[in-house]
Design a protein around this ligand. Structure first.
Ligand code: URA
Ligand code: SF4
Length: 186
């Protein structure tokens, strides 16, 4: 039976796209196998590439604090992964081809986790998962249902560090998430 740990073992050897050549570590994902909420970022940065864990730098710290404020954490009840598992050089956007290749890993993770809610962190994840023309500034915090899974896009924590004026809106999205989870008994 495929589990997150058997899948991880395979993913750690992946060379399906050119990002394999420049990575230090594959950043598969972190969190709880029984999580009902999946957070999806864009791809590893330098800290993640070095440690193999998603969202461990300053942006990750902000994400952890926002999660904590609404009773969520990677140690307890969420799973966190990225659209691409290997760091794009110079932190450039992952190319459409790299995303298309790597997203099979995320699909496999999602098939195992069967999350009730998927929260997309930033434009890249929201455009890939919710809708290709997703605009974070206009559509953040909006929940839409697809195949029994609720999808929501919000600001990327790294974007919030660059633009702190958006923090209240982002925090409102997390509060809305908390309310939805309560409403849906998740
Ligand atoms: N940014 C992302 O999108 N993902 C990470 O894991 C870290 C930073
Ligand atoms: Fe494989 Fe994804 Fe890494 Fe490309 S980014 S080598 S598809 S794990």
């Amino acid at each position: 039976m495929e589990t997150l740990s058997t899948l991880r073992e395979k993913c750690l050897d992946c060379t399906r796209c050119p990002l394999a050549a420049t990575r230090q570590k594959v950043v598969f994902g972190v969190g709880q196998e029984d999580a009902k909420i999946l957070f999806v970022g864009e791809g590893p940065g330098a800290n993640e590439d070095a440690t193999g864990e998603p969202f461990v730098g300053a942006a990750g710290n902000l994400l952890d604090r926002m999660l904590d404020a609404v009773g969520l954490s990677r140690e307890k009840n969420v799973y966190i992964a990225n659209i691409v598992k290997c760091r794009p050089p110079q932190n450039r956007d992952p190319s459409p081809e790299e995303q298309d290749t790597c997203i099979d890993w995320l699909r496999a993770q999602t098939a195992i986790l069967k999350p009730r809610v998927i929260v997309c962190l930033g434009r890249i994840a929201a455009c890939r998962i919710i809708s290709p023309d997703f605009r974070v500034t206009r559509q953040h915090g909006v929940f839409t249902e697809r195949n029994g899974v609720w999808l929501m896009g919000t600001f990327h924590p790294a974007a919030l560090l660059r633009n702190p004026a958006q923090k209240p809106e982002a925090f409102a999205d997390f509060l809305a998430l908390r309310d939805r989870l309560q409403e849906w008994n998740i």
